[in-house]
Design a protein around this ligand. Structure first.
Ligand SMILES: [Zn+2]
Length: 468
């Protein structure tokens, strides 16, 4: 969290906390955490009005929500923060002060990077447009000239969340997804020019080789299915330069292996080498940018200190989850696209997969998606699988991990209660638990993640596409 330089001498120092993971309600919930009033001369900084482009009426962020109370010294400085969730496709809110300030200075940040400087008027004129799917921080300094000697100043700090990239918002209703026939040699996600390249490559190499990839071009943070036709006595081995060694499992007259591409992988050309008893093939794989951005989240320091900043909480999580990540069942329980683990219409996320989140200034990669739904909302199995773990962890609260076969796993954090046990076999729709806010969380939401062993992938890949 960044405060204007002058905050150290200010009359009022106010910290407000937005419910980071769940802050998508129309009236952003804010909690006054700390307040100190030092002096006593009358000055009430005005409320800042934010007009959201997809809403007809301006949304007033009242003085109380900004945490401004009491009175200030003659050179007044306040620091107030508030998170405003923005619908997809929104422009930045138009910010209005009433009475208007004599002078304003606005600076927009993404993390520590300053993106733009100007005034409220210039912002309103559209001189800066936010990049899609980003979270930015606006620092507004406003000055009112009271007299020749007296200047009143108020500082506002506004975190604007522009929600998730469009592709993640467009998740179809699970029921409407037609299961695709099992066909791994043609990627459903490839743009046409990549498909042409693949066709050309296949023309150059007419000799039939038994290995196919579900796609020869993949975004970082997604997985590729490697298929070997036939079941030889000795299984082929796979080598990659992606920091992961896929393993084949028998499946429908052939062998199947999953290759997850870490969300931190640099875009570029990589190789997959498959070796069998009397042959081998080297397949190129193009990794493209995952489009991951930076989000800024403020949370209660006490919650952070007892979870993400706690070495014992992290050690417990590692001790429990590391052995789970190394396991792979040799049966593929899952089939068809994954469905939503919570009922939501439309599907929304309050935090996206793969984004770097600056939480109270500490960077953390988000390895799942957050669905902002009410406490108590039933959580159900998005596909068939075996419960590897169901229990309480200091870091992630009530936690469940399900093995779906061949090393593919789903993860559920922060639940209020659990309704499955370690060892249970679950079918799609069977109860897992209820949404809560336990562990590293500041508001009710479901953290949902998919991984292939220890590498997390974007859950929306397997919700939008049938790779089974
Ligand atoms: Zn999360």
């Amino acid at each position: 969290m960044r405060f204007p330089v002058g905050a150290a001498i200010c009359g009022v120092l106010i910290l407000l906390m937005a419910t980071g993971c769940s802050g998508k309600e129309e009236n952003p919930p804010v909690i006054l955490e700390e307040q100190q009033v030092i002096s006593a001369q009358e000055f009430s900084p005005p409320a800042l009005l934010a007009t959201l482009s997809q809403q007809e009426e301006p949304v007033e962020i009242p003085a109380a929500a900004w945490g401004i109370e009491g009175t200030l010294t003659e050179l007044s400085e306040t620091t107030a923060t508030c998170a405003v969730p923005m619908p997809v496709g929104s422009k930045l809110p138009v910010l209005t002060l009433d009475p208007p300030a004599d002078r304003t200075e606005v600076e927009i940040f993404a993390g520590d990077q300053s993106l733009w400087q100007g005034t409220l008027e210039e912002l309103e004129a559209g001189e800066w447009q936010p990049p899609a799917g980003s979270t930015v921080e606006l620092v507004v300094e406003a000055y009112w000239q009271q007299s020749e000697e007296e200047t009143m100043q108020a500082s506002y700090l506004l975190a604007v969340e522009l929600e998730a990239p469009l592709e993640e918002q467009n998740t179809p209703e699970p029921e409407s997804v037609e299961p695709q026939p099992v066909e791994h040699s043609v990627s459903q996600a490839d743009p046409p020019q990549q498909q042409e390249q693949e066709d050309a490559q296949q023309k150059e190499e007419p000799s039939a080789q038994p290995v196919t990839l579900s796609s020869d071009s993949i975004q970082a943070g997604r997985m590729v299915v490697i298929r070997y036709e036939g079941v030889p006595e000795e299984y082929p081995t796979i080598e990659t330069n992606l920091g992961f060694t896929p393993v084949f499992f028998e499946d429908e007259g052939g062998l199947t292996a999953y290759l997850p591409v870490n969300n931190g992988s640099e875009p570029g050309e990589y190789q997959i080498i498959v070796r069998w008893s009397d042959g081998q093939v080297e397949l190129p794989l193009t990794v493209t940018d995952g489009g991951f951005e930076v989000e800024i989240i403020t949370m209660d320091q006490e919650v952070a200190d007892s979870t993400i900043n706690s070495s014992s909480a992290n050690a417990e999580f590692e001790t429990v989850t590391r052995p789970l990540k190394n396991q792979s069942d040799d049966e593929q329980y899952w089939s068809g696209p994954f469905v939503m683990p919570v009922a939501m219409d439309p599907v929304r996320t309050s935090s996206s997969f793969g984004y770097t989140r600056l939480i109270n200034g500490v960077a953390d990669r988000h390895n799942g998606v957050d669905f902002p739904v009410a406490k108590g909302t039933p959580v159900t199995a998005p596909n068939n699988g075996r419960v590897l773990y169901a229990g309480y962890l200091q870091l992630t609260g009530n936690t469940v991990c399900i093995e779906h076969g061949f090393g593919l796993k789903s993860w559920y954090y922060h639940m209020d209660s659990l309704s499955c046990s370690t060892g249970d076999f679950l079918e799609t729709g069977d109860p897992i638990g209820a949404v809560g806010s336990t562990g590293y969380s500041t508001g009710p939401h479901l953290h949902f993640a998919l991984s292939v062993n220890n590498v997390y992938i974007d859950p929306f890949q397997l919700m939008n596409q049938d790779l089974s």
